[in-house]
Every structure is written in structure tokens, then in C-alpha cells.
Design a binder for this molecule. Structure first.
Ligand code: ADP
Ligand code: MG
Length: 628
């Protein structure tokens, strides 16, 4: 007898479950997608113990008749595809007919469903892939699927589940994703302790963002409005460069309303923030790409979160230029973090910072400080960081049980109620544009380092060094590209001896030095004479600058494109040439700085990603004085 055997259906399903069902959140995902595909307008999701003991999704969609209810658990049984041709342009979220049988093979599932045109409903019970019960049941139209004891029969998989809190956080993030992509639906998510997310139908993404993340979050986002009439479109929201996170959890990307994880798009987002945001931190982004279905293949992986684009370069450029363009136009201002947040930051141990893979948001603009682990642990961005210490009404704190170190942190606060009618109406929110900087009323200089000024709507504090750095950076880069650097001839050449490594690096960079206005001549051995430098550079800084540029290029060297290398060089020159802190400035000089800064493309951040200007808005001032 041969050794090869066809696997039983149950084993095949369990194997498929390995790919489709990773954790409670993946069950949520499949069930939510099914409800949406069924045309539901109301979805209710219930979780117990982070989804480990129960995940229940109920909807008011089309429902199923008895035959379909049983067929739904057969492998490759789907109502969404008829032929292989349909695969080329998939309009539904599901299509593989794998989710229900996979889930049912590794849990105890109860399906309750009634088609709108049927008298009676059907209840199907399946445990570990074995049909236990099928019977009529009195039900309202629609479907509910309860998944209990996930992986009860696969101990190996159960062991891979993380703590309840982590699993809950993944599930909440999943539900949040779908709530953002489906504005016309109402969606409720609750667990043992109460409501975690609740949204009602709205007509704009702006309103939905307001419902889910709250108004303070919205203030830190700029909207990308999709260009009309194009085949490839992109819309959504991205954060101002100073709202930084330490990981990518706050990047939500949808392609044709399907949630995807795509490294190409992640890269394009990173490039859009280049020289606005430091390396190693990430923005908040909520992006919706619309791409003709025939140009994107979603059938790449069973979980359907990976896609393949027919024209990746075009998609990359679409994402990068849309975000960059919007940021440059909106020039969003950073606010000051409320006092409570500063205290919280200082109390964070460095080890926790390094370890946490979970979402957190930047300091909202304290130079030198960066992202801190804070609330928002459960996949909802930690925008509550920007709110007063007391939780807003309607938010439900989730207990922070004893957890792995990376899970510790203040409780989640998610806006529970639709807040459209609450204190600060949506329409009032006008983000400050840094283009305004040139028109501010100068109030003075603080510590010989910061310019203080008043605008139409608040008080501004501008860091004079980074402001000048940004102005010079854009100027140096521009001059390099146009081939007309401004030079200054030195009275006495500066003679520098290079290390052997620097000498090698210099050979590769000689042209760039020239292009930036340096005139450097060999002076025998590893010694060079600098005869001219970029115009703004103080001669006493020249030597250290040259060493820095050469060492830097050696370290970063390979892997940088010419464009990136030029940016680094421009940033280093700008940093050395810029006005320092602790330097008194005349009124004219301050005014000049503000006007020049207003004209730059990115007055938000210095080339290394630090904030330049902070605004203490009138609304925050009123709030702080309890006048609202
Ligand atoms: P797929 O979604 O890929 O078709 P599933 O295993 O997720 O595969 O579901 C199988 C079938 O069960 C679906 O094609 C659909 O016809 C039916 N179904 C599943 N969930 C629902 C629901 N909530 N409402 C109505 N029909 C559903
Ligand atoms: Mg499905």
C-alpha cells in the first residue's frame, strides 16, 4: 500500500486555520468582513477575555437560509465568486470561502441566521469542525456568529496567544480599522467591562475620525482630499510631523477599502516625512487608496492583508507626493503638551521606552523628547495624551492587569459616545498654518534662545536655532540643485589633515563639496587647504564641519541615494551655519527669521525632525484658565 493519503476535511481545515486564524483579532476580521459583505448596516461585536473565550459578531445583513447556513462551513464554499475570472476584479472583502470552516475547526461556533425573506431562522452548532446541531430558531433577520474557546482543540496554537490585554488590543485595532473604512455603518464593540468603540453612520471621514479619536486628535491631523476624476486616488489623514509614534501601529492603510499591510506604502509614507521627522519614529496615517481592481491583486495570502500592485512605482509616488504635498501646503503647527503629559514623560523609564512595541505618541513638541509609552495601548492611538488627565466622559478604562513589561501603561481611553454634539464642535476646528509665522507680532526673546510672538489665535514660541537651520537647509539644497552655491572666499585658507578613512571618503564627495560652495585643494599627503566655503558658514566652524561630513558619509555611506546624501550634507551645513541658542537677537533679525521661516516648505521641523515652532492656541489658553 502506498504511503500518500488524502487528508480528511477536518485536518485540511485546521491547516487552513493556521493561516487564516492567528488570534482572536483575525476571527473578528473575518466575521466583520462577512457582515459587511452581507450588506449589514449595524454590527455588534462582543468579546470576552480578550476574545479568547468569546468573539461574537451580530449583524442585520442579508442572512442565510438553512441550506446556505450549513454550506457556509464547507471548505471553498462561497457566495462571492463564481468563476476564476471573478478573481481578477474582486469587489467583496471575502472570496476564498475559507474563513468559516477554518474558524469552526479550531473553536466552538454557533451560527444564528435568518434570511430576510424566510419565516424561520436557523441555528448551527459546530465544535472543532464537527457538526453538533442544526435546528430552526426564532430569530430576527440577520446573522450572528459566536466563536467560543478559540483553539480549545489545538493546545499548541493556544500557547501562542498573548495576554488577554494584548489580544484585546489587536481586536480593538481591527474593529477600529473597519469603522474608519465604512462610514455608513454603525459599529459597536464591547467587552465584559463595557463599550470600547461605538460609532454611528456619518457622511465624512472627518466626522468618523472625530468619533473614534476625538477632537484633539483631529487638530493634529491634516486631511488629504482625493483629487477628483483620477483613476488612482488617495485620501485620508496624516499627522503633523511632531505627532510621532515609535512604531507603525498607527498607520492605517486601505486599498479599495481593504485593510492592507504593505511595505511599499510604508516606505512611501516614510519618504513623505523625510527631513521632517527623525529616523525611527512614525506618523499617524489613515490612508485610503483607490486603485482600479484589475491593477491590484489581493489574492496573495489567505489573510488577504497583502496585495500586489501591477505598477508599484506609481503607487509609491502617489502616496509620497500626496502626503508631502499636503504637509507642505498645510504647514501644521505643533501645540504645547498639557502639563500632565510632561510629568508623565519624565516618569517613563528608558527601558520601557525601548521595549514597547505598542502605540504611543510624541511629546507634541518638546525639543529633544520623543515618543513615550502612554495610553492608547489597545490599538487606538494615544491621542488621549493630549487631553486633560481626567478621562473624558464616556471613555472606558480597560484594566491594566499584570502583564509583560511592554503592556504596562495607563488605561485605554476611547471616545465612546458620538461626540459631535459635545463641547467643541467639529466645524470650529481650524488648524494653524505655519505660513502665518511671517505675520506674527513679536513679543520678545526668551533666554536668548526662543522667539516669543503673538498671532491671531494664540502665542507662539520659536526655537531660533532650528528655525534658522530649516531656512538654511532649504536654501543650501536649492543652491546645490540649481548649481549656483553662494560662496565666501577665506582670507587665510584653512589647512586640515584628514584621517585615512576621511581621505577615502573625500574622494567620493569632492564633487558634492564643490557643488555646495567649498573650494578645497590638496596640500600634500592627507592634508587639504580650504579656500572657500558656503556663504553662511562661520570660518571657525569649517574644520569641525568637514570632519563631521566626512565621518558621517563614511558611516552612512553605502545605501544612501544621491538625493539622500545631498540632504544630509545640506542638513549638516545648515546646522553648523545656523544661529545658535544663547545668542541675543535684534528685533530685525527675529522678524527676518520669522518671515524667512514662513516661506520655507517645511517650517514644521528642522531637517533632523525636531519641532521649530509651538503654538499655545487661544482655545487651550481658555481651557487652562477654566474659561470654557
Ligand atoms: P467567504 O467570505 O470567503 O465567502 P466565508 O467562509 O467567510 O467565506 O463565508 C462563507 C459564506 O457564508 C459566504 O460566502 C456567505 O455567503 C456566507 N456568510 C458568512 N457570513 C455571513 C453573514 N454574516 N451574513 C450572510 N452570509 C454570510
Ligand atoms: Mg468571509
Amino acid at each position: 500500500m502506498g504511503r500518500i493519503r488524502v487528508l480528511t476535511e477536518r485536518v485540511a481545515n485546521q491547516i487552513a486555520a493556521g493561516e487564516v486564524v492567528e488570534r482572536p483579532a483575525s476571527v473578528c476580521k473575518e466575521l466583520i468582513e462577512n457582515s459587511l459583505d452581507a450588506g449589514a448596516t449595524q454590527l455588534r461585536i462582543e468579546l470576552a477575555r480578550g476574545g479568547r473565550s468569546l468573539i461574537k459578531v451580530s449583524d442585520n445583513g442579508c442572512g442565510m437560509n438553512r441550506d446556505d447556513a450549513m454550506l457556509a462551513f464547507e471548505r471553498h464554499a462561497t457566495s462571492k465568486l463564481r468563476s476564476a475570472g471573478d478573481l481578477l476584479a474582486i469587489a467583496t472583502l471575502g472570496f476564498r470561502g475559507e474563513a468559516l470552516p477554518s474558524i469552526a475547526s479550531v473553536s466552538r461556533v454557533t451560527l444564528r441566521t435568518r434570511a430576510v425573506d424566510q419565516e424561520a431562522g436557523t441555528l448551527v452548532e459546530i465544535h472543532g469542525g464537527r457538526m453538533k446541531d442544526v435546528r430552526d430558531a426564532a430569530l430576527a433577520p440577520g446573522t450572528s456568529v459566536s466563536v467560543r474557546n478559540l483553539f480549545f482543540n489545538v493546545p499548541a496554537r493556544r500557547k501562542f496567544l498573548r495576554t488577554e490585554r494584548t489580544e484585546l488590543s489587536h481586536a480593538v485595532r481591527m474593529a477600529t480599522h473597519y469603522s474608519l473604512a465604512h462610514l455608513g455603518k454603525s459599529l459597536q464593540l464591547r467587552n465584559e467591562r463595557g463599550s470600547l468603540l461605538s460609532v454611528t453612520p456619518v457622511s465624512t471621514l472627518r466626522e468618523r475620525v472625530y468619533q473614534v479619536f476625538g477632537g484633539d486628535a483631529l487638530d493634529r491631523l491634516v486631511e488629504i482630499e482625493p483629487a477628483q476624476g483620477q483613476k488612482h486616488r488617495i485620501g485620508g489623514f496624516v499627522s503633523e510631523p511632531q505627532a510621532q509614534r515609535r512604531n507603525r501601529h498607527s498607520i492605517y492603510v486601505f486599498v479599495n477599502r481593504r485593510l492592507v499591510r504593505d511595505s511599499l506604502i510604508q516606505k512611501a509614507i516614510g519618504r513623505a516625512y523625510e527631513s521632517m521627522m527623525p529616523k525611527g519614529v512614525f506618523p499617524f496615517a489613515l490612508l485610503f487608496l483607490e486603485i482600479p481592481p484589475e491593477e491590484v491583486d489581493v489574492n496573495v495570502h489567505p489573510a488577504k492583508t497583502e496585495v500586489r500592485f501591477r505598477n508599484p512605482t506609481q503607487v509609491f509616488e502617489l502616496v509620497r507626493s500626496a502626503i508631502r504635498g499636503r504637509l507642505v501646503a498645510a504647514k501644521p503647527a505643533s501645540g504645547l503638551p498639557p502639563p500632565g503629559q510632561i510629568a508623565q514623560q519624565e516618569s517613563v523609564p528608558a527601558s520601557a521606552e525601548a521595549a514597547s512595541p505598542l502605540p504611543s505618541v510624541g511629546a507634541g513638541g518638546l525639543p529633544g523628547t520623543r515618543a513615550t509609552p502612554a495610553s492608547g495601548r489597545l490599538g487606538i492611538p494615544a491621542w488621549s495624551d493630549f487631553q486633560p488627565a481626567a478621562p473624558p466622559p464616556g471613555s472606558v478604562p480597560v484594566p491594566s492587569s499584570a502583564e509583560e513589561p511592554d503592556e504596562a501603561g495607563p488605561p485605554l481611553e476611547v471616545k465612546r459616545e458620538v461626540a459631535l454634539h459635545s463641547r467643541s464642535p467639529l466645524a470650529d476646528r481650524q488648524p494653524a498654518n505655519l505660513g502665518e509665522l511671517g505675520r506674527l507680532r513679536l513679543l520678545g526673546q526668551l533666554h536668548d534662545s526662543f522667539i516669543v510672538a503673538a498671532g491671531d489665535d494664540g502665542v507662539w514660541i520659536i526655537d531660533q536655532h532650528v528655525a534658522h537651520e530649516r531656512i538654511l537647509f532649504e536654501k543650501v539644497l536649492q543652491a546645490r540643485l540649481s548649481g549656483r552655491p553662494q560662496m565666501q572666499r577665506l582670507l587665510d585658507p584653512i589647512v586640515i589633515t584628514l584621517t585615512p578613512g576621511q581621505d577615502v571618503a573625500y574622494e567620493g564627495l569632492a564633487e558634492e563639496f564643490l557643488g555646495n560652495g567649498f573650494e578645497i585643494e590638496p596640500f600634500g599627503g592627507r592634508t587639504v587647504a580650504i579656500k572657500a566655503t558656503p556663504a553662511e558658514l562661520p570660518p571657525r566652524d569649517v574644520e569641525s564641519l568637514i570632519h563631521e561630513l566626512l565621518d558621517d558619509s563614511r558611516e552612512a555611506g553605502r545605501g544612501l541615494t544621491l538625493g539622500q546624501m545631498r540632504k544630509r550634507m545640506a542638513a549638516t551645513i545648515a546646522c553648523h551655519a545656523a544661529i545658535k541658542v544663547n545668542m541675543p537677537l535684534s528685533e530685525e533679525k527675529m522678524r527676518w527669521l520669522l518671515e524667512q521661516l514662513a516661506r520655507t516648505d517645511c517650517p514644521m521641523s528642522c531637517p533632523h525632525g525636531r519641532p521649530i515652532a509651538l503654538r499655545y492656541g487661544t482655545r487651550e489658553i481658555l481651557k487652562a484658565f477654566h474659561r470654557t
